[in-house]
Unconditional design. Structure first.
Length: 316
């Protein structure tokens, strides 16, 4: 054991604003010099996690999160231990706290994609290794860091930009509120009645914005939300576990579709974002996601670089 404080990443604001910007800078560097298999030995970061193992636990299905974290750990010279919820006793025959204590003796960090935020918090409280939130029902901070990297990549800056999110006030909306507030953006959430983001998170984001010069707006008017936006963002209308509500939500959310009408209200050079998977014709039109304004696949790629930067920051 060392005296170095353990750093967790359960929400975006577990990093200080200046630390978040440093992570983005590092993610840019990692992207610029990403090694090929043949050049890994000469990479600046190819052995930074040498001798370290990272448990990647998935209690929810995953494509981008699983592949990007597994590849990222390997590219940094570490060993990913990939597990599903069905392969563990996590929260079933064994308490979350006991699982944390055991895994702390095997691996150097835990990355968890789960349901309740409390499971992450319980792991962090009981264990003595970094815990990284790869998605919970409340927040999706790794995605938000990759989103900031993408926006800055295409816009050159973050402070002063207007980011409009259309749809459910879900974990993605929560993370964008805080990430945008920390970096001086004007974050606007346009949502149907009854689907507002968590009020406490909105209040916390407004407090963060006071220090950064950003702003937070929450509205049920999708057109007002889109006016002069620099970034248009959406997510699925029914997240994992909400499939039974899909039909009801589809009718309520239709005015909040990210489509040519929304793009016409935004700035001419606005970019289109979606954290994927996307349902063309539902929360986003094919024209929007497949058009010239879309940066969706750069956004997906940047999950790899942003998460590598987080791993380096938390584990070294």
């Amino acid at each position: 054991m060392t005296d170095t404080p353990i750093r967790h990443f359960l929400t975006v604001d577990d990093l200080q604003p200046e630390e978040l910007l440093a992570v983005l800078d590092l993610a840019d560097d990692l992207k610029a010099e990403r090694p090929t298999p043949a050049s890994r030995a000469s990479s600046t970061w190819g052995d930074v996690l040498h001798g370290k193992s990272v448990a990647l636990i998935f209690e929810k299905p995953s494509t981008r999160t699983r592949v990007s974290f597994e590849v990222g750990v390997r590219e940094l010279g570490g060993h990913p231990v990939v597990l599903t919820g069905q392969q563990l006793q996590l929260g079933r025959g064994e308490t979350v706290a006991d699982t944390a204590r055991v895994l702390s003796r095997y691996v150097h960090a835990i990355v968890l994609r789960t349901f309740g935020q409390d499971r992450l918090e319980d792991l962090a409280e009981a264990g003595d290794i970094p815990i990284i939130n790869a998605l919970s029902d409340l927040t999706h901070p790794c995605q938000a860091v990759a989103d900031l990297q993408t926006i800055r990549e295409y816009k050159g800056t973050l402070a002063g930009l207007k980011l409009t999110y259309l749809g459910d006030g879900n974990n993605m909306a929560h993370s964008l509120l805080k990430a945008g507030a920390m970096t001086g953006m004007h974050v606007v959430i346009g949502h149907p009645e009854g689907y507002a983001p968590n009020g406490q998170i909105v209040d916390e984001a407004r407090t963060l914005a006071e220090f950064s010069g950003g702003a937070i707006t929450v509205t049920t008017d999708p057109e007002t939300a889109c006016v002069d936006a620099d970034v248009l963002y959406t997510d699925v209308w029914a997240s994992m576990g909400q499939e039974s509500e899909s039909t009801e939500r589809a009718a309520l959310f239709r005015p909040y579709q990210l489509n040519s009408g929304a793009m016409a209200l935004a700035r001419p050079d606005a970019i289109v974002m979606h954290c994927l998977p996307a349902h063309r014709g539902e929360e986003i039109s094919a024209q929007a996601i497949d058009g010239d304004a879309s940066v969706v696949f750069s956004q997906a790629e940047n999950r790899l670089h942003a998460q590598k930067a987080l791993l380096i920051t938390l584990l070294t």
